[in-house]
Design a protein around this ligand. Structure first.
Ligand code: PDD
Length: 283
């Protein structure tokens, strides 16, 4: 069955020309996106994703192209037309199409694209053995809190990780601190069992999964400390983890080829993985 995408009011085959050459998303990466998980036919954390979308749009002064209700029905219809019960739904809104000029067009009509794909969630072995990450300099801009489609430094970092046989690249700022991964948030657990992750600010994306994981940790009596941690601290950590919509929560068991602790997932991260699966209703 051909995959179906929603493009500016129409449902059409995913393969095929649909977006204008002068779409500002295509020419300037002038747009925002969300990736939303669907399990059992249900959108997970939809409200949190739509709240973040609204924030990203507002930060770039792109007017919401439709109401939340209309957008929700487009998301649902795209899912339905692709006959998927488990999916990753991608939603992208660009400022719209206009003759190429850096200055915003006068009355832009934002372009909206939605796709739904069969997800490649982590394998049982990644969940049980953990994954490796490499460290890379954080070369991104100063507003990583906006979920912008401008992802070139993330793409390059992720490609380096893949070339090194690793799941993710952890990005290191000029002070030697781990900000986050190229497409996920980063955590360590210290010797006292505290869960440490970079605080929300303009240098990281406020992950939806991050927000859920921190709430679950607190409910479970795990102390959460939102502060930057250095790469050296990560090398010495008792446990480490990453989280994202598509990766869920995964143990990180090697950093730059060095095992984290004994190189096996630790009990804090395993407990949180179980809590997160229960939260999603798949435990
Ligand atoms: N990535 N940090 C960055 C830079 C990200 O791109 C993502 C998400 C996250 C985690 O956010 P969330 O928990 O809301 O997925 C953190 C998405 C999934 C992607 O680019 O495909």
């Amino acid at each position: 069955m051909a995959q179906i995408a929603y493009v500016n009011g129409r449902y059409r085959p995913l393969r095929g020309e649909a977006v204008a050459l002068e779409d500002r998303g295509y020419q300037f990466a002038d747009g925002v996106y969300e990736v939303i998980k669907v399990l059992g036919g249900r959108f997970c954390d939809l409200k949190r994703h739509l709240d973040r979308l609204q924030r990203s749009l507002a930060a770039l002064e792109i007017a919401p192209p439709m109401t939340r209700r209309a957008l929700t029905s487009v998301l649902g219809e795209t899912l339905r037309r692709n006959r998927l019960r488990e999916a990753l739904v991608y939603l992208q809104i660009s400022r719209g199409t206009a003759p190429r000029n850096h200055v915003f067009p006068k009355r832009p009509r934002p372009s909206v694209v939605v796709t739904a794909r069969r997800p490649a969630f982590p394998s049982p072995s990644e969940r049980e053995q953990g994954v490796g990450v490499i460290s890379m300099p954080d070369l991104r801009w100063g507003r990583c809190d906006i979920k912008s489609i401008s992802l070139l430094p993330n793409v390059l970092a992720r490609q380096s990780a893949a070339a090194a046989g690793c799941r993710e690249a952890w990005l290191i700022d000029s002070e030697g601190q781990v900000t986050e991964g190229s497409a996920s948030n980063a955590y360590i657990v210290d010797g006292s069992g505290r869960l440490i992750t970079h605080p929300l600010c303009e240098r990281i994306l406020g992950g939806v999964t991050r927000s859920v994981v921190l709430e679950l940790a607190q409910d479970d009596g795990i102390e959460v400390v939102e502060r930057p941690f250095t790469l050296d601290e990560a090398y010495q950590a008792r446990e480490a983890a990453l989280s994202s919509t598509s990766s869920w929560l995964l143990p990180v068991t090697a950093i730059d080829g060095r095992p984290v602790s004994n190189g096996m997932p630790g009990h804090v991260v395993r407990r949180l993985m179980a809590r997160y699966a229960a939260y999603l209703g798949v435990a």
